[in-house]
Design a binder for this molecule. Sequence first.
Ligand SMILES: [Zn+2]
Length: 112
Amino acid sequence: MYYPINAYRKIQLEAPYHALTNAGHISYVELDGDTAKNVDAFESIIRCMKEAGIGYGSVNHPVDRDPICGYTGVIDDVCPRCGRHEGEGISMEKLDELRKRYPGVPHFAGKT
Ligand SMILES: [Zn+2]
């Protein structure tokens, strides 16, 4: 369920309740962009949580996974590891090359 609210405003509204709920509390902020591309904004949100008195805070953000090459992160149009678009295939030569460079590349049945 989404509610349109600015991350800083949400933190300011929820923070006072953290002092009142000593049995447990958490505030979440959900971002729709790649936090690695705007580290300053990410840090700003964390600092806002600290200064507002958030006892336990979390920042959720999108994480994609390419099932072919195993890349985990935000994938826009093209996978940064293998260079394929969603729905495209990949050559066995390229897959073998990726397996040598990245140990997490999945293996598929039928290929040894
Ligand atoms: Zn990939």
